[in-house]
Write a protein that binds this ligand. Structure first.
Ligand SMILES: [Cu+2]
Length: 162
């Protein structure tokens, strides 16, 4: 079973070291990619950020995001979201594209993993955007286990940085 955590940790430590040394300003640090890992296991989504379990995906508008989906269950699962109808996603790995009326996503077979790269939408108003994600096989009903939330915050507005 391979894991990307060490690399993420190394990068984080490097960034902290650079921040501490004054080489990287806060603004530059804000341009780093946001990385999450979502493990599908026991018919649940387990969301990890920098090696820690978190409850939801919190992304920043305009800031590149990487989400690695890993299916550790013996059945196929899906990761489907309305967010993917609004942003183009680059996928690497082995998954099948899934399309519903209001959402798009990926079906991942047992033991497989995929890496998604995209830039969450930014809006000039600075409004937080909200999307749900779910497994369209096991998490269609509200309140089900195979559902989760994506928040897209807008922290960089009116700077012309993007
Ligand atoms: Cu599922």
């Amino acid at each position: 079973m391979k894991t990307r955590f060490p690399l993420t940790v190394v990068i984080s430590l490097m960034c902290m070291a650079l921040l501490g040394s004054g080489f990287v300003s806060d603004v530059s640090a804000g341009l780093l990619t946001e990385e999450y890992e979502v493990v599908m296991k026991d018919y649940k989504f387990h969301i990890m950020k920098e090696g820690s379990a978190v409850n939801s995906l919190e992304l920043t508008g305009g800031l590149p995001a990487v989400i690695t989906l890993r299916n550790e269950d013996p059945v196929a699962h899906e990761f489907v979201s309305s967010l993917f109808t609004r942003v183009p996603v680059a996928m690497s790995g082995d998954a099948t594209l899934v399309s519903t009326k209001r959402a798009r996503g990926f079906r991942i077979n047992p033991g497989h993993a995929v890496r998604l790269e995209f830039v969450p939408p930014s809006n000039e108003e600075g409004d937080m955007e909200y999307d749900a994600f779910w497994c369209n096989i096991h998490g269609k009903q509200a309140g089900g286990d195979m559902r989760g939330e994506v928040f897209i915050v807008q922290t960089i507005t009116g700077t012309g940085a993007f």
